[in-house]
Structure formats: structure tokens, C-alpha cells
Design a protein around this ligand. Structure first.
Ligand code: HEM
Length: 373
């Protein structure tokens, strides 16, 4: 956003104090953080012993895979992901699989089909749903088990991880529910382990699309209000999404990084009085906890914009501040010394957020305030 460029109209000192830029941010509401899942694939083999039973000498069965389901080299199935949604604030996720797996055995006495498989994660709990049809041993009729809560998923305190526009659920244990057991003609009881299930889903653009390191993201919605004056500041964008990944090794936490939107300082006062641009951030607030402001560090950079008039000012970036000793207090992003401060300058920073190991997955948002004086 361009906050305007102002000519000198009054004394420098009085104006300087009024030239602060307040950059406000609020945590994204859950609805704004929900994005569509548009594709991807999932691995789920139903149950290894069942596949062996179907292929073995008892059932003498066959397996038919349709509508995009394929068999992996280990015998499990790869399902296309066709739709779904992901909420980057709550972590709630729906991932719908296309395709169908149908079993036939015992000369047609066994007919079991599974389709419209769907993973639902809500409030940290995971469930597997599917439409099933299965021929009853007693009646000989094919029975429908629509939208059946087939299995409980053990997320183990984990959650899908969003990174680079891909939402990944590493394989998690699935256990058969009471509701799902009848489709297997009572041969399995509730609590029986099914095959683990995992997916890799493509997340559409939008607030939730930024990579989430270890399930954590930090979005900044920036709204700028500025008091007028000849020393001005503008910011090139209104959102910073920090992305990153877990860092392995003893004592290391997850790191999320990103780039501060470029700030432009114009000093048209003609006094050359010098200026200093500092930044400070609030604590990062999430749905289930927070990350201390001091965990955000930065590596400032600064440059002079050539005005073509041959009167170059000078600008120096602030010191590197490491996560842990970071922007909980005001830190210098860039400064220009008295006598060399006239002109236009840009300042930016590589941001790095140290995410403590005990922080719950989710989206975390903070307010970054840049102040020019
Ligand atoms: C003519 C009818 C059937 C006969 C004779 C039959 C026979 C058997 C036998 C002998 C086993 C034990 C296999 C083992 O322990 O290695 C078994 C297992 C099983 N049967 Fe059937 N079955 C019949 C129909 C069905 C039907 C209609 C279903 C419905 C899906 C079914 C589902 C299963 C399942 C889920 C197992 C356990 C497989 C495992 O995980 O080891 N069976 N069946």
C-alpha cells in the first residue's frame, strides 16, 4: 500500500514524531483460514490380512480397482484425492478420495465394495468414512452401508502438515469402529486394526495455503495508518506468511521463515536530520496457545533508491537479531545518519521464527509495528 509522499510543510522535529507507521494485525478468523483441497493422493490398503485372505486359497477372490485407484508395489492402494477443505487456524480437515475398491470371493458369496472414502479431522480427532456395500452371509442380499464411520484414526497428537501448498498426513493407525464391523460380515470386531492411512493433498490458494512448518504458520494481516508528514513510510504488502520446516538435531526447534514486506522510507525534509526505523512484534496468538514475540528474529537489509539526481543518501541495516532474543523489544530495521538521510530508501528483512517444540500445530498471528522517527 502506498501511504503517500509528502512535501516538507513544517519543522522537522515536530513532523518526525508524527510520522510513525502503525502496522496492525489480527489473528485470521477461522472462516478466512479455510481453503479448498483440489487434488493429491492417499495411501490406504484397507487391511493387509484381508487382502491376503481375498487372494488366498480360502476366498479365491479377485479385487477390482476403478476410477483412479491403483495398487502400490507393497499391495496397498493409492487413491486419488478429489476434494476437501483445510482450516489453517483450527487444523480441521476433510479429504475426500475418489475411486472404488471391490472384492469378490467365495464364488460370489463375498462381495464387498468400498468407495467415497473420506478422512475427517475435527478438533484433533480423526475419522474415516466410506460408502460400503457388502453381501450378507445370512440373507445373501447386498446391503448398503452409506457414509459409514468405518474407522477411528489415531492422530497421536499430530495433525496434517501444510508445506508448499501440500497438506500431508503421515500414515496414521486406523481401527475399525462398531459401525464399520458389519460390512465385514462380523469377521472383524470393533477395535481391529485396519491398514494405516495417509495422504498428500493439494491445497488451493488463500490464507491457508502458506506452508506450515510442523503445523504452524504465522500470518500477518497488515493495515497501515499513518500520520502525514514529510518523512514517510510505505509497506509493499499486507501479509507475511512464515514458512519452514522442522530442524533436526539436539536442542533445535522448528524454524519458520519469510520475508518482511519491503518498507520504503522517503525523507524529503531537506534537513538531513537522520532517521531510524524500528520494528517490534506482539506475541503470536493461535487457537490453542501462543509463541513469544522474542522468538521472532530478523536479518535486516537496506538499500538506497537512486533518484537519478546524484545526491545519494546513506542507509545502514540494523543488526541481525536471533530468534529467542528477537522482536519482543524494538529493534532497528534500518537507519540513516544525520547529513545523509535525504532521499528514498528501502528496507527489508529475512524473518525467522523459532517455534518451541511444545507449541501445538495451528496458525499463529502477530502484529508487527514498524515505527519511523
Ligand atoms: C462362503 C462364505 C465364506 C466362507 C466359507 C468364509 C470362510 C472364511 C474363513 C475360513 C476365514 C478364516 C481365514 C483365515 O483365518 O485364514 C475367513 C476369514 C474372513 N472372512 Fe470369510 N468366509 C465367507 C464369506 C465371507 C464374507 C461374505 C465376508 C464379508 C466381507 C467375509 C469376510 C472375512 C473376513 C474379513 C475374514 C478375516 C480375514 C483376515 O483378516 O484374516 N467372509 N473367512
Amino acid at each position: 500500500m502506498n501511504l503517500g509522499t509528502h512535501r516538507i510543510t513544517r519543522g522537522a522535529v515536530a513532523v518526525l514524531a508524527a510520522a510513525g507507521l502503525a502496522v496492525g494485525a489480527t489473528a485470521l478468523p477461522a472462516s478466512a483460514a479455510s481453503t479448498a483441497i483440489t487434488g493429491g493422493d492417499a495411501d490406504w490398503g484397507v487391511k493387509l490380512s484381508f487382502r491376503n485372505y481375498i487372494n488366498g486359497p480360502i476366498a479365491h477372490g479377485t479385487t477390482t480397482l476403478t476410477d483412479g485407484v491403483t495398487q502400490n508395489s507393497d499391495g496397498t492402494y493409492n487413491w486419488p484425492v478429489v476434494s476437501g477443505s483445510y482450516d489453517s487456524v483450527t487444523g480441521d480437515t476433510t479429504v475426500a478420495f475418489g475411486g472404488k475398491v471391490a472384492y469378490d470371493g467365495h464364488g460370489g458369496l463375498l462381495q464387498l465394495a468400498i468407495e467415497n472414502v473420506r478422512v475427517e479431522i475435527s478438533g484433533g480427532q480423526g475419522d474415516l468414512y466410506a460408502d460400503l456395500t457388502s453381501k450378507s452371509l445370512s440373507s445373501g442380499e447386498v446391503e448398503d452401508f452409506p457414509d459409514t464411520n468405518l474407522a477411528d484414526l489415531d492422530l497421536g497428537g499430530g495433525a496434517p502438515v501444510l508445506s508448499g501448498g501440500t497438506l500431508t498426513l503421515a500414515p496414521v493407525a486406523a481401527t475399525l469402529t462398531e459401525e464399520g464391523a458389519p460390512a465385514f460380515a462380523g469377521f472383524y470386531t470393533a477395535g481391529t486394526a485396519l491398514d494405516p492411512i495417509g495422504f498428500s493433498a493439494t491445497v488451493d490458494g488463500g490464507p491457508g495455503s502458506g506452508p506450515v512448518p510442523g503445523g504452524v504458520s504465522a500470518d500477518q494481516e497488515i493495515v497501515a495508518e499513518v500520520a502525514g508528514g514529510p518523512l514517510t513510510l510505505s509497506v509493499a504488502g499486507d501479509t507475511v506468511v512464515l514458512t519452514g520446516s522442522a530442524v533436526s538435531g539436539a536442542g533445535l526447534n522448528q524454524r519458520a521463515s519469510g520475508e518482511l514486506n519491503t518498507a520504503t522510507v522517503s525523507d524529503l525534509r531537506g534537513t538531513g536530520a537522520g532517521w531510524n526505523l524500528v520494528g517490534q512484534v506482539s506475541d503470536f496468538a493461535g487457537a490453542t496457545g501462543s509463541i513469544a514475540a522474542s522468538n521472532l528474529g530478523w536479518t535486516p537489509s537496506a538499500a538506497v533508491v537512486d533518484d537519478g539526481l546524484g545526491v545519494p543518501g546513506r542507509v545502514a541495516p540494523g543488526a541481525v537479531v536471533l530468534p529467542g532474543q528477537g522482536l519482543g523489544s524494538a529493534r532497528t530495521l534500518a537507519g540513516s545518519p544525520a547529513g545523509s538521510s535525504a532521499g528514498t530508501f528501502t528496507a527489508g528483512a529475512g524473518l525467522e521464527l523459532g517455534v518451541p517444540a511444545d507449541v501445538a500445530p495451528g496458525s499463529y498471528a502477530a502484529t508487527l509495528t514498524l515505527t519511523l522517527s
